[in-house]
Ligand binder design. Structure first.
Ligand SMILES: O=P(O)(O)OC[C@@H](O)[C@@H](O)c1c[nH]c2ccccc12
Length: 256
């Protein structure tokens, strides 16, 4: 069992997403520590990219801002290694494929391992094309986490349930990231459909912005992922009290 999948053994897993370097490096480090203390089980760190096709306005803007701050993949790895010295929970990078390709796949995986990163989510890399990365990730003990959307075909579901490591990332909608108010009606059926084939835990992300929504989804899934809402809280309250309160209340809802 990997460090990531073992997190799912004891409770509903809460995964918090942060764009690295938004609004600055110091805040990313403080926010990650806050997430761990307030009850997150895994931290997803976004490597900023100029063309984030899976992202809605909040994460797009955060990405743009971080790039202007000069945040490169190398800087993200450096920040991850700094975080690893201060927090214990698994760290996962979310990054688009192009910057990783430019960095060099093998070097990227080795540097991630040295930094103490535990997994990778590459939203624009379909599992059918991920052979090179998968080969480089194995010796570096990096879980490759694949995504499924409500529109995924039966074939894609088979490939992802075969290959995904750590957990499977189900997107609650076929669209882009961003906080929403409701839980789609079809979600329980979608989760159940994947569950019949999956040996891995299932975590759901996209659009979660309240403890009630998180709880409703965790009734059928093994974990939830929250991103845009956290960046909005970080922006509104750089002292991070609101972030701390929000994550604590989601934790409580998931445990209740
Ligand atoms: O922001 P949301 O709607 O809460 O969704 C999670 C999400 O932010 C995070 O997992 C993520 C950020 N960018 C992505 C791109 C693709 C897939 C996932 C992501």
């Amino acid at each position: 069992m990997s460090r990531i999948s073992s997190k799912f053994a004891s409770r509903k897993v809460l995964i918090g997403y942060l764009t690295v370097g938004y609004p600055d490096i110091g805040t990313t480090v403080r926010a990650a520590k806050t997430l761990e203390k307030a009850g997150c089980d895994i931290i997803e760190l976004g490597i900023p990219f100029s063309d984030p096709i899976g992202d809605g306005p909040v994460i797009q803007a955060a990405s743009h801002h971080a790039l202007q701050n000069g945040i490169t993949p190398a800087a993200c790895i450096e920040i991850a290694s700094q975080l690893r010295r201060e927090i214990n929970i698994p760290l996962v990078f979310m990054g688009y494929y192009n910057p990783i390709l430019n960095y060099g796949i093998q070097r990227f995986c080795r540097d991630c391992q040295d930094a103490g990163v535990n997994g990778l989510i590459i939203p624009d890399l379909p599992p059918e094309e991920s052979g090179d990365l998968a080969e480089a990730a194995v010796p570096c003990s990096l879980d490759l986490i694949y995504l499924l959307a409500p529109t995924s075909t039966a074939d894609r579901i088979s490939v992802v349930t075969e290959k995904s490591e750590g957990f499977i990332y189900l997107t609650s909608v076929a669209g882009i990231t961003g906080a929403r108010d409701t839980v789609p009606d079809y979600l329980p059926e979608f989760i159940a459909r994947v569950r019949t084939q999956a040996k891995q835990p299932i975590a759901v992300g996209f659009g979660i912005s309240s403890p009630d929504q998180a709880k409703a989804i965790a009734n059928c899934a093994d974990g939830v992922i929250i991103g845009s809402k956290l960046l909005q809280l970080v922006e509104r309250d750089p002292l991070l009290d609101q972030l701390n309160e929000f994550i604590s209340s989601v934790r409580k809802a998931l445990d209740g």
